[in-house]
Write a protein that binds this ligand. Structure first.
Ligand code: NAD
Ligand code: GLY
Length: 364
C-alpha cells in the first residue's frame, strides 16, 4: 500500500486508495500492490501521450511483461462508441487477457471511457485512474461512474465500475491550460455548498493561490475534495439517494453542454454556471438567502468561470433538462442547497425554473 495514500474509498464491495502527491507518477510506491498481470495498457490521448505516457510506461515496466500505450483522439466530442471501440480493438489486437490492467491517463473523458471499457472487456478487467486534470483529480476519477455520451444525452451509456486505485500526481497540473484549471475549480467549489461550509470559506480565502497553482493549496483542495467525494460514495455507491448531491449544478449544466453541442463549453464551465442557476432556484424557493446567490456569483467569476448561460431558448433548455438521470416520470429534479453545507434533491415549479433560465441566460 503506498505510504503517501491520503484518502481511502470504502464501498460495500470495494476498497481502494486515492494517492495524492506531487511526483506520484514517478514514485514506485504508487504502483505497488496492484493486481498481478502480464500486460498493462495505458489509455491516454494525443495531448497527454507526449507529456506523460513514457514516464508512466517506465514506472509500470517493473510490474508487467508488456506495457502498451493507446492514444485516443482528444476531446468530449470523442467520448463515443467509435472511440470506445478503439480501446477494444487495441485490447484484442494485443492479446490482452482478463487480468490485463488498464491505466486511464488523462482527464475525465479518458477516465470515463477507459473505466467503461474496463467494465466491459471480457466482462471486467481491473483499471487504475491516473487523472491529469483538476476536475478528474477532485471528481471524475473517484467513485466508479464510467460512461460515454449518446447524441441524445450526456453520459447516458455506462456502468458503475470502481477503479482499483487512483493516482493523482499534482505535478501534472503544471501543464494544464488555465481554462481547464478553472473548469476543475468549479467542481472543487461544488463541495462547499453541498457538504462543507468551512471548505467554501477556505476556497474563497485561497482562490488566488489555487489560480496561481500553489502546490500546498492544490494539495489541500484535491485532498479535501476527495475526502468529501469518498464519504458520499461510501454511503451511496449507486446513487440511490445521497450521491445525487454531487450533481449540484449539473441539471442546468448538462442542458448547456447538450444545447450547444458537447465540447463547446467545458463540463466544469457548464457546471459552474449551472451551480449559480441552482443556487438562484434554491433562493427563489426560500431555502437560501439572496446573498448566497451573489456569493456564488462572485466566487465563480473570480475563478474565471462564465456566469451567464448561452442563448439556448427556454423551451429547448427545459426539454434538455428532462434528459437527466435524476428525472422521474419526466419530472425534472434539482439538487438544491437547503443550508450551507447541506443539499437535497427536489422538483421545482416550472415557472420558477423558467424564470431562473431567463434570468441567467444571454438574450436569444
Ligand atoms: P478532458 O478529459 O476533456 O480534459 C480536458 C483537456 O485537457 C483535454 O484536452 C485534455 O487532453 C487536456 N489535459 C488533460 N490533462 C492535461 C494536462 N495535465 N496537461 C495538459 N493538458 C491536459 O476534461 P475533464 O474536465 O478532465 O473531464 C470532463 C469529463 O469528465 C466529462 O466528460 C464529464 O462528463 C466527465 N465527468 C465524469 C465524472 C464521473 O464521476 N465519472 C464526474 C465529473 C465529470
Ligand atoms: N460526479 C458525480 C458523481 O460522481 O456522482
Amino acid at each position: 500500500m503506498p505510504q503517501h495514500a491520503a484518502v481511502q474509498v470504502n464501498t460495500p464491495g470495494h476498497r481502494y486508495d486515492i494517492v495524492i502527491a506531487r511526483g506520484a507518477l514517478a514514485d514506485p510506491v504508487s504502483w505497488q500492490g496492484l493486481p498481478p498481470a502480464s500486460q498493462a495498457v495505458i489509455v491516454t490521448n494525443t495531448t497527454l501521450a507526449p507529456l506523460y505516457a513514457a514516464a508512466l510506461q517506465q514506472a509500470l515496466a517493473p510490474h508487467y511483461r508488456r506495457v502498451s500505450v493507446l492514444s485516443l483522439p482528444d476531446g468530449e466530442a470523442h467520448k463515443t462508441w467509435e472511440t470506445l471501440n478503439l480501446i477494444f480493438d487495441h485490447l484484442l489486437g494485443a492479446g490482452c487477457d482478463r487480468k490485463t490492467v488498464l491505466f486511464a491517463l488523462g482527464g475525465g473523458v479518458v477516465g470515463d471511457m477507459t473505466g467503461f471499457a474496463a467494465a466491459c472487456y471480457m466482462r471486467g478487467v481491473p483499471f487504475v485512474q491516473v487523472p491529469t486534470t483538476l476536475l478528474a483529480q477532485v471528481d471524475s476519477s473517484v467513485g466508479g461512474k464510467t460512461a460515454i455520451n449518446h447524441p441524445l444525452g450526456k453520459n447516458m451509456i455506462g456502468a458503475f465500475y470502481q477503479p482499483v486505485r487512483v493516482v493523482c500526481d499534482l505535478a501534472t497540473l503544471d501543464t494544464l491550460p488555465a481554462r481547464e484549471l478553472a473548469a476543475g475549480l468549479a467542481e472543487v467549489i461544488k463541495y462547499g455548498p453541498i457538504a462543507d461550509a468551512a471548505f467554501l470559506d477556505w476556497i474563497e480565502a485561497h482562490l488566488d493561490a489555487l489560480l496561481a497553482r500553489d502546490p500546498a493549496a492544490l494539495s489541500y483542495a484535491v485532498g479535501r475534495s476527495c475526502e468529501i467525494k469518498a464519504w458520499v460514495v461510501g454511503q451511496d455507491e449507486r446513487e440511490s439517494g445521497l450521491r445525487a448531491i454531487l450533481n449540484f449544478g449539473h441539471t442546468f449544466g448538462h442542458a448547456i453542454e447538450a444545447g450547444l453541442g458537447y465540447g463547446q463549453w467545458l463540463h466544469g464551465e457548464a457546471v459552474g454556471c449551472g451551480m449559480l442557476m441552482a443556487s438562484d432556484l434554491s433562493a427563489r424557493l426560500g431555502l437560501m438567502p439572496a446573498a448566497f446567490v451573489e456569493r456564488m456569483r462572485t466566487l465563480l467569476q473570480r475563478a474565471g468561470l462564465p456566469v451567464r448561460a448561452p442563448a439556448i431558448g427556454i423551451d429547448r433548455f427545459v426539454e434538455l433538462m428532462r434528459i437527466d438521470k435524476k428525472a422521474q416520470d419526466g419530472e425534472i429534479r434539482f439538487v438544491l442547497i437547503e443550508a450551507l453545507g447541506r443539499a437535497g434533491v427536489r422538483p421545482a415549479p416550472d415557472a420558477l425554473v423558467r424564470a431562473v433560465i431567463a434570468g441567467h441566460s444571454e438574450p436569444a
